[in-house]
Design a protein around this ligand. Structure first.
Ligand code: ATP
Length: 217
């Protein structure tokens, strides 16, 4: 479903070029849930950004289903992100002026992929029914992240990418949020790649990969 070969990325903006990714290979099957760890600065976020098409690689290939991401234009990458990739970050990135219901729906609406039955199921599975009229500032961190996960999955993406999604949550809330995410990923059959610093949480997914010296060990 996701196939990455010999991916490289160098940042030249610093005084010295930083060779962050030096030939990353990675395969992820539909429905598979994979954790990515690695020391700070090893390039985990960079790799997620390249897969999501938020930045362009210097070399190598990223194939998502039938699409070669590295060959897309900026506009093509934006469409791919809108239609087939769900993104979740450590900072929940909800829109403060929108209610929970509208935060959940707006990305799927923009993508023309709003599905009322699926939205209701997401609300129920994520335990958001009583919170739909609230605004993000009226929610706890765990509640906000559940909304962000619902928003990301509302489009039924092929791939869910999460960068430290539980990094701001206490241990028990992090476990709960990740358990919900694991179940929803299984329910949708999408692939799931999660960057985390927690070896414990990494161990709860199907596979655990480590980024070291620019490659996946
Ligand atoms: N836009 C950029 N310009 C220059 N250097 C960058 C840029 N983005 C990232 N880097 C550098 O690339 C390296 C990898 O950064 P990245 O954020 O991918 O690491 P990470 O493994 O996600 O780290 P952390 O666990 O601390 O979040 C770092 O040395 C960082 O300083």
């Amino acid at each position: 479903m996701l196939s990455i070969r010999n991916l490289s990325k160098t940042f030249s903006s610093a005084a010295e070029p930083v060779h962050v990714l030096r030939g990353v290979d990675l395969d992820l099957k539909a429905g598979e849930r994979v954790a990515l760890t690695g020391e700070s600065g090893s390039g985990k976020s960079t790799l997620l950004h390249l897969i999501a098409g938020l930045d362009a690689a210097d070399g190598g290939s990223i194939r998502l289903e039938d699409t070669e991401v590295t060959k897309l234009s900026d506009a093509g990458r934006a469409s791919l992100r809108r239609d087939r990739i769900g993104l979740v970050f450590q900072q929940y990135n909800l829109i403060p002026s929108l209610s929970v219901a509208d935060n959940l729906a707006f990305q799927a609406r923009i993508a023309g992929r709003h599905d009322a039955a699926w939205s209701s199921e997401l609300v129920e599975r994520l335990g958001l029914g009583a919170l739909l009229k609230r605004y993000p500032e009226q929610l706890s961190g765990g509640q906000q992240q559940r909304v962000a996960i619902g928003r990301a999955l509302a489009t039924r993406p092929s791939l869910l990418l999460a960068d430290e999604p539980t990094g701001n949550l206490d241990e028990a809330t992090a476990e709960d949020v990740l358990a919900l995410t694991r179940d929803l990923v299984t329910r949708t059959g999408c692939g799931f790649l999660m960057v985390t610093h927690s070896l414990h949480l990494a161990g709860t997914l199907d596979r655990h990969l480590t980024l070291h010296a620019g490659r996946i060990a």
